[in-house]
Design a protein around this ligand. Structure first.
Ligand SMILES: *Cc1c(COP(=O)(O)O)cnc(C)c1O
Length: 449
């Protein structure tokens, strides 16, 4: 392990134009070095502010062509000052593909549908690589060598992977219900995992106390303002990948509300630094019926979030008391978007629809986005020629334990038996059988995943 306090190492500065932390409610300001994440007066999470005029000049001066294909492309508008801290995290999170989804679009009656595919994100296959990269860089900037987190699933794997890359210790606190593959991945990456007997909201509240009592920095608690900044990078990428044209619509799944509220922040900043006009972009948010406090509030025109007890199988969205809920309501309403809620059955159908049309295997969070996208398209929310971007935030390989389709036939290793199974497959395909039955008679079914 290297020591970040090593004074012989010269600290070079990034091009960050950060001016400090600001509480948007109280208007209190602090320098970037301020150590509290939450406003000492009102308890709201601090936001980061920048010298946008300077950033605008720098964007003009240093063209996009010379910048890395990662979240660090946006160096001026990220809050990290110490360039060696950024380098130690590995500059590879972000800049995921924007896929033109023609087959899915044809199903939904949309000619210009795109999928922003964070299921391929490096290193840990979810959008959380963006936010956790920022939290770990901040931690290193502070000279600390261990990091904790409380996670519905994907923050944990991102912390485990990025901490390993940076050569620091990782401690992951998981609630009682999660996809086990995510916890196993953390262990395999060398993180210490503690599963606590409570739901995410309870675990989150307790982790705040643990942070105070232990002095351990938590990626999504004590480092939260920095963590959240990583999420806005996705807005810049979408707009750049569309040729510096902002789409008419962005649809995304929501849990705590960091991603959706920071997509809004990114869109606003794009105008401030003169990179694109984004005022027309509507933001739509998706939640499962079993945990929809934000969507509920938006659909009821309520300005307050009523916390709930999550019951959904979309575990990465199971946050009943969303920290950034208020920001999401403002972002969706300010942009003229809407919200949608879907059942777990629709969520798994959404996973299948994306998989069978685009070959992208997502987890229930992505299934939620696709299911709501489908509902909004059916309700005529999109003009067929408008550009619609669906955020696919996580990878289905991590959630296969929960996937309803797990069976396949076992045949003897000789052509006749294999041919008979193949014939049944073909027969089922020709009959347009439900993919879920695998089209094979039960006499063959000899194996389960
Ligand atoms: C965390 C997460 C979300 C929701 O993110 P928030 O920023 O908490 O709203 C969506 N999809 C996946 C896969 C996630 O892991």
């Amino acid at each position: 392990m290297t020591s970040a306090q090593d004074q012989t190492e010269t600290r070079t500065q990034t091009r960050s134009c950060v001016t400090g932390l600001v509480c948007r409610a109280c208007n209190v300001r602090h320098p970037q070095s301020h150590r509290e994440a939450f406003c000492e007066q009102c308890g709201k999470c601090y936001d980061l502010d920048y010298d946008y005029a300077r950033a605008k000049d720098l964007f003009k001066e240093i063209g996009m062509g010379s910048r890395p294909a990662s979240i660090w492309r946006l160096e001026e508008l990220l809050p990290i000052l110490d360039s060696s801290a950024a380098a130690r995290v590995g500059k590879y999170a972000g800049f995921t593909p924007l896929i033109k989804a023609d087959r899915l679009g044809a199903e939904l009656g949309l000619r210009r549908l795109y999928v922003k595919d964070d299921s391929t994100s490096r290193p840990s296959l979810s959008y959380k690589d963006r936010v956790v990269s920022m939290a770990v860089a901040r931690l290193l900037e502070l000279g600390r060598e261990e990091i904790g987190c409380v996670s519905t699933g994907n923050v944990g794997t991102a912390v485990a992977a990025l901490a390993a890359k940076a050569g620091i210790e990782a401690y992951v606190f998981y609630p009682n219900r999660l996809e086990m593959t995510k916890a196993r991945a953390c262990r395999a990456l060398g993180a210490k995992v503690c599963q606590v007997e409570g739901n995410y909201d309870e675990a989150n509240r307790r982790c705040r106390e643990v942070a105070k009592l232990s002095g351990l920095e938590f990626a999504n608690i004590t480092l939260r303002p920095f963590y959240a900044e990583g999420a806005k990078t996705v807005a810049y990428e979408i707009v750049e990948q569309l040729g510096w044209q902002a789409p008419e619509h962005i649809v995304t799944a929501v849990a705590g509300g960091t991603l959706s509220s920071r997509i809004h922040k990114g869109l606003e900043e794009l105008e401030l630094v003169g990179l694109a006009e984004t005022g027309h972009t509507k933001l739509h948010v998706a939640q499962p019926n079993g945990c929809a406090p934000i969507a509920d509030a938006i659909l009821q025109h309520d300005t307050k979030i009523h916390p709930c007890e999550p019951t959904t199988k979309a575990h990465s969205l199971a946050i009943g008391k969303p920290g950034d809920g208020g920001l999401v309501i403002d972002a969706v309403e300010g942009r003229g978007g809407t919200a949608g809620m879907v059942s777990d059955e629709q969520i798994f159908a959404g996973i299948d629809l994306l998989a069978s049309t685009e070959g992208v295997l997502t987890e229930p969070a992505g299934g939620t986005t696709i299911a709501v996208l489908k509902e909004l398209a059916a309700a005529g929310r999109f003009d067929p020629d408008e550009v619609v971007v669906a955020m696919i935030t996580g990878n289905g390989l991590k959630t296969l334990d929960d996937h309803p389709r797990k069976e396949w036939p076992l045949a003897e290793c000789e052509p006749e038996a294999m041919l008979s199974v193949l014939e049944e497959f073909r027969h089922a395909a020709a009959a347009g059988h439900e993919a879920s039955s695998n089209g094979v008679s039960t006499q063959h079914v000899g194996m389960r995943a």
